[in-house]
Structures are given as C-alpha cells and as structure tokens.
Write a protein that binds this ligand. Structure first.
Ligand code: FO1
Length: 326
C-alpha cells in the first residue's frame, strides 16, 4: 500500500491553466512530491530557436518567474529585442521577451550539442530551485497541426498568429505514432510495486489541444491506467466557458456541446473521478462517475492551493476502497 504522505503525485499539464493547478500542488506537497508531465506538441522552431511554450510556462510558474499579466513568458520582462527586430522588418507576431529569449537561446544550444529536452528542462528546474520534477512528455518531436476551414496550420500559426480565428475542423499530432514516452515519464509512472503514485491529475488544460497530445503517445494511456493510482480530471470549463483560451470555441466548432459532461466523456475509460465546478453543480446527476463539486476558479495562490488540497483529498478517497484488502 502506498503512503499518501510520501507517494508522488503526477500531474498532466499544458500551459497556463494547467500550470496554475500544478503550482497549487507544488505548494501543498513536500519538495519532490510532484511530477508534472508536460505537453510538447506546441513546440516549434522560430527565428532559429526551439520554443517550448508549455514547458516554459510550467517552469516559470513553479519558479515564481511567470508573467502575471500574460500568463506566458517571464515577469519583469522588457521587449528591446522585439522592437529592434521590428525595426528590421523581422517577424514579430510571436513575441519573445528579452529575458525569455535567454531560455530559448540556451535550450537551442544544448539541444544542438546533443542534450535531450528532458535533461535541459531538469537542469533549468534545478537552477531555478523548482520543487517539482518537470518532464517533457517525450524527447521526440510531436507537432500539433490544426485542420481549419482555411486549410491546415501549424499550431502556433493557428493559436498565436491567427488568434484561433479560423474555424477548427480537426486536430492532428504529427510524429505522435513514432514518438516514445520519455524514459523519465515511464519511470515516474512505473515506480515498482511498493510505491505507486498517490494520484494522477489531469490539470484543467485544453483537452483537445494540450492533454490529447500527451495521451496520443503510444503506450501512454496504458501506463497511466497501470500506475495503480486514481486518475482525476479537473474541468477546464465553468458555466460552458473556459477561464482562458479557446476550449469552448473549439468544442462548438467540433460539433460538441461545450459542457463539462463532454469533457468527462472525452476522458472516459481513463479517469476514475472528475472535478466539476460548483457553478455546474446541476450537471452532477448526469455523470456516471465519482465527482467532486467545488470552486475550480483559480484567481489567487490561495485558490490554487485550496483546489490542490481538495483534488488530493478526492484522490485519497477514491484510492481507499481500491487499496483496502478484499
Ligand atoms: N502567446 C501569445 O498569445 N502571443 C505570443 O506572442 C506568445 C509568445 C510566447 C513566447 C514564448 C512562450 O513560451 C509562449 C508564448 N505564447 C504566446 C504562449 C503560447 O504560445 C501559447 O499560450 C501556448 O502554446 C498554448 O498553450
């Protein structure tokens, strides 16, 4: 049996929304008690640099360096590089702040000399005294492509350059069938018989753009199910809208009702429990799944910590029956 005080908690996360809950979990768990598995399918090469937006958002957030206004990038940012680039007629649709730039330059160098993305990310986390393990889902390239009414677009072209405007028809994850789950992710999910993780938490990230690429890796769903921990998803929708981002818009364009019920059904077969927002409590009767109904809006650090505690309590309650002797 796992000791819920020491067993690790694993979170699956995209960028901004997921990182908020990851921060709450990191604050309420002991150092080293959290492993965050992060989507890398938003990554791309831009201005000759490798950009990994979701990894960077998680790192900045957990290190206390995140830009509180933008949600992405660094706090106390300056934009001299962008201004200089603009004066040269360069590409400025994807904004790289001066301080943020250092991370992309150094990562690009390290990848060129043969380091893995996992090794570089761990090195940054250590230097910034991040108290959690931050793991790219894979060291192999997986790239999201968005099929729109105007043709197929690379993810950042769709998300940032076009601001998600073209109606979305389908989402593809190029490279996913050939990609390998990062060995460190496999280790985190297969720690051996004596210490299964305490919980696996699917953060309130966009299911279609941020979580699905993680789940699309060969063997990932089987690893999650076999880990021996309750798998819990936290709704990214409140009252039919995402707190931030295009989740509801995308669902409408895919012909799906923008409801937490749709999200819970999307994760059917993978999750043991679902965290529903209290503003959607009337939907509780329609879900044939263990539920926790609570305030999922994370405006402050206190909100993040409170939600993290509630999700962990929910996981512990779900784990108890399955772990008690027959
Ligand atoms: N998002 C934007 O909306 N505009 C930007 O100019 C932008 C720049 C950027 C630079 C570095 C980085 O790590 C992230 C950045 N993001 C930007 C956010 C990001 O591309 C998206 O939020 C994610 O890919 C979706 O999770």
């Amino acid at each position: 049996m796992s000791d819920s005080r020491t067993a690790s908690v694993i979170a699956l996360s995209g960028g901004i929304g997921g990182a908020k809950l990851a921060l709450g979990l990191c604050k309420v768990l002991p150092p080293g008690g959290l492993t965050v598995i992060v989507n890398t399918a938003d990554d791309f090469d831009h201005l000759g640099l490798r950009i990994c937006p979701d990894i960077d958002t998680v790192l900045y957030t957990l290190a206390g360096l995140a830009n509180p206004t933008l949600g992405w990038g660094r706090r106390d940012e300056t934009w001299s590089f962008m201004q200089a680039l603009e004066s040269l007629g360069g590409e400025t649709w994807f904004r790289l702040g001066d301080r943020d730039l250092a991370l992309h330059v150094e990562r690009t160098r390290r990848l060129h000399v043969g380091d893995s993305l996992t090794a570089f990310t761990a090195d940054v986390a250590r230097r910034w005294r991040v108290r959690a393990q931050v793991l790219p889902m894979s060291d192999d390239p997986v790239r999201t492509r968005i099929v729109t009414a105007e043709g197929e677009l690379a993810f950042q072209d769709y998300f940032v350059r076009r601001r998600c405007a073209p109606p979305l028809r389908a989402v593809k994850f190029h490279g996913a069938p050939e990609a390998r789950v990062a060995p460190q992710v496999q280790d985190a999910l297969r720690p051996g018989q004596t210490s299964p993780p305490r919980a696996i938490i699917i953060c309130p990230s966009n299911p279609y753009l941020s979580v699905d690429p993680i789940l699309a890796l060969p063997g990932m769903r089987a690893l999650l199910r076999a880990a021996g921990a309750p798998v819990i998803a936290v709704t990214p929708l409140i009252g039919g809208e995402a707190v931030k981002g295009p989740t509801a818009k995308i669902m409408r364009e895919l012909g799906l009702p923008p409801s937490p019920l749709t999200i819970a059904n999307h994760y059917a077969g993978l999750i043991d429990g679902f965290v529903l927002d209290e503003r959607d409590a009337d939907l509780a009767g329609s879900l044939d799944l263990s539920l926790r109904v609570t305030n999922t809006l994370m405006s402050s650090l206190e909100d993040r910590e409170r939600l993290a505690r509630e999700v962990l309590q929910f996981a512990d309650a779900l784990a108890r029956p399955r772990r008690s002797p027959a």
